[in-house]
Design a protein around this ligand. Structure first.
Ligand code: MBD
Ligand code: FE
Length: 285
């Protein structure tokens, strides 16, 4: 019998394969106009050159960087590296004109087309194992437009780590869709999702991203979070994450993805479960 353990290289390879499914990299690059590719590539290179000059970067440091960049690819960790250290600024720029909900980064572990979990009233339970760890959580809310219209054809896709910090399809030995589901809201735009609270999450420390964290004396933690994508025809897709009050890493998330508007206020119940209300407001296209 083999016993698989979670490793950076395995979860990185899964995240890389998942992203490569989306579009051929050669096609994606061709979609960027030449003037734009020229300008952006030049500006990034100039920023690198300026750092080398101002910091007197040595050959030892240059060769360490070269070896490390090669290893990021070998470990499949480009999705992780980019989503942790770059995506938050792309998200900030892309959504700066929104009136509705704040969003935040998608991260490397979204999988489209998760199973539909809702009944006709928008009530559903995400797939989970018998005895799944973590505080049971009942989350209620509505999806409306910025003008107040209830969006009865909205859907809420949810995905999150388990109580050990592992995501299905990226860590071994988990059911394919564990803690991933798609909820179609009810006729009044409301939903009720049953799940469990995820644990705080450490990005993989045994690969190239972990080596950078170690070399720089950083930490690898993200606060506990629930990922969502909320969509409705004619409205801008909202990608967000929701956080829990009191988490030690809400103020120093390694991925810089926490915003005060994304903090939940769960109510602990006598039976050990928790309830929470959080609603979404979408911007028109
Ligand atoms: C995650 O779960 C995540 O949400 C991000 C942004 C990066 C790494 C792991
Ligand atoms: Fe995550």
């Amino acid at each position: 019998m083999t016993s698989e353990v979670a490793s950076a290289a395995a979860s990185g390879a899964n995240a890389t394969a998942r992203f490569q499914n989306d579009k051929s990299p050669y096609e994606a690059v061709k979609d960027v106009p030449k003037e734009r590719a020229d300008k952006l590539a030049r500006r990034v290179l100039e920023a690198v050159h300026a750092t080398i000059r101002e910091e007197n970067v040595t050959y030892a440091e240059y060769n360490a960087l070269k070896a490390w960049l090669i290893q990021v690819g070998l470990d499949g960790e480009w999705p992780l590296f980019l989503d942790v250290w770059v995506e938050h600024v792309v998200e900030e720029v892309a959504t700066s004109d929104r009136q509705g909900n704040k969003g935040t980064i998608e991260g490397p572990y979204y999988v489209p087309n998760s199973p539909v979990i809702s009944d006709e009233k928008g009530v559903g339970t995400v797939p989970m194992r018998e005895g799944e760890g973590g505080t049971p959580l009942t989350w209620t809310g509505t999806v409306t437009a910025v003008d107040g219209t209830a969006l009865s054809d909205a859907k809420v896709e949810i995905w999150h780590a388990d109580d050990d910090g592992f995501y299905s399809q990226f860590a071994p030995n988990l059911p394919e869709w564990n803690l991933r589901g798609t909820n179609h809201v009810g006729p009044d735009g409301s939903f009720e999702i049953h799940t469990v609270q995820p644990a705080p999450y450490q990005i993989p420390t045994d690969g190239a991203c972990g080596a950078l964290i170690e070399a720089a004396g950083w930490h690898a933690w993200r606060p506990a979070h629930i990922h969502v994508k909320v969509s409705a025809p004619g409205y801008q897709l909202l990608t967000a994450q929701l956080y829990f009050p009191g988490d030690a890493h809400n103020d120093d998330d390694i991925a810089s993805a926490v915003k005060p508007e994304l903090l939940l206020a769960p109510q602990q119940q006598a039976d050990g479960s928790a309830t929470v209300a959080y609603s979404f407001v979408l911007d028109p296209e």
